[in-house]
Design a protein around this ligand. Structure first.
Ligand code: BMA
Length: 342
């Protein structure tokens, strides 16, 4: 099991900023916070079943906002915002759902909305929230824009079912918005990119990363986790890989790097998974053996990733890593190409 972060040992932000980069150890790339899980149904101001798979963002005032997937006791999900000064505890949770499904106007949401990924878009001065809308046709990708996580401008479905695990890139690529997403096709559950001039009409669809086959840890399905991180070496993507076993599916995390100006080109793909269910709150819950991040924040040092992940579809947990170390691990442990040939 990965070592734990001791909250008492957490340095102040200023000390973190001044610290010299440590050499990257081989493993672990992510370290669990010792107070995990950081949010669970017991924290909620109204009755719910579970809270998991949260989008994350650092607000201009320095607070961390998590837009959490909350499953109520009907079984359907909505989104609820939780804000905290340190991104670890002291959460202020909206007293009622922040974004509810609105099936009258958006029939694609009759079974709820799930798994938001948040991207701040400087050109729009707004946050783009890509989330799963769920209805009889299956899951699809919906989009909303917001400035404050209190009112939302809804675009409705932008990728029809069956599709999910989507996030917008924060800037245009060659003049077009770019969305990473995961349609289910006869080819399998692979990651795609699509482009749009206006966030409403999408085209130039391309596969960017394929689920591997056979015994691989990411053989059965893959999908984007948190939104891609722009680094000088490329777009760093944390993705989840699913392996079906005789006792159920295991959701683990892997890494891939994509070209900055041609994000459909995979430069590197890690061969092994880097984080998987191990702690009891990840192994046991409504859906066992699941770690599922939908968001991260980057600390003031520009390197530390605070990764927020759903644990066993029941709670929200936190793990920290270093962008520099993830990239150097990829250099040492990867191959290029989309990966279906493996
Ligand atoms: C995926 C998504 C996630 C969920 C995961 C494990 O397909 O539906 O919301 O956390 O399965 O159940």
């Amino acid at each position: 099991m990965n070592p734990l972060i001791d909250p008492a040992a957490l340095p102040e932000a200023s000390a973190l900023e001044q610290a010299k980069p440590e050499p990257c150890a081989d493993v672990p790339l992510f370290t669990r916070y010792s107070g995990n899980p950081i949010l669970s149904r017991q924290h909620w101001p109204y009755p719910i079943n579970s809270v998991f798979n949260a989008g994350a963002v650092r607000l201009p005032d320095g607070d961390t906002l998590l837009l959490c997937r909350v499953e109520d006791r009907s079984g359907l999900s909505h989104l609820c915002a939780a804000r905290s000064q340190n991104g670890i505890d002291g959460w202020h949770i909206d007293p009622k759902p922040t974004l509810m499904a609105s099936p009258r106007d958006y029939p694609e949401e009759i079974w709820g909305i799930e798994d938001p990924r948040i991207t701040y878009v400087p050109e729009l001065e707004k946050y783009a929230v890509a989330y799963t809308s769920f209805a009889r046709g299956g899951p699809g990708v919906s989009l909303a824009l917001t400035k404050d996580f209190r009112s939302f401008e809804r675009f409705g479905v932008i990728m029809p079912p069956e599709d999910k695990d989507a996030a917008l890139l924060p800037r245009r690529i060659n003049g077009y918005w770019a969305l990473i997403h995961r349609p289910m096709t006869v080819l399998g559950a692979h990651m795609w990119i699509s482009y749009s001039p206006d966030l409403q009409h999408w085209g130039s669809h391309k596969v960017i990363l394929e689920a591997r086959r056979g015994g691989w840890w990411d053989a059965n399905k893959i999908g984007l986790c948190s939104p891609p991180i722009e680094t000088p070496s490329g777009w760093l993507m944390i993705y989840h890989g699913v392996r079906r076993t005789a006792s159920g599916s295991i959701y683990r995390l892997g890494l891939a790097l994509f070209d900055l100006e041609h994000p459909e080109i995979c430069l590197q793909r890690g061969s092994s998974w880097i984080f998987g269910p191990d702690a009891s709150y990840e192994r046991t819950g409504d859906v066992h053996d699941v770690v599922f991040p939908c968001g991260q924040t980057i600390a003031a040092d520009g390197d530390t990733i605070n990764l927020y992940y759903g644990a066993a579809d029941s709670t929200i947990a936190l793990a920290t890593g270093s962008i520099r170390c993830l990239l150097s691990w990829l250099d040492a442990n990867s191959s290029a190409g989309v990966g279906s040939e493996q």
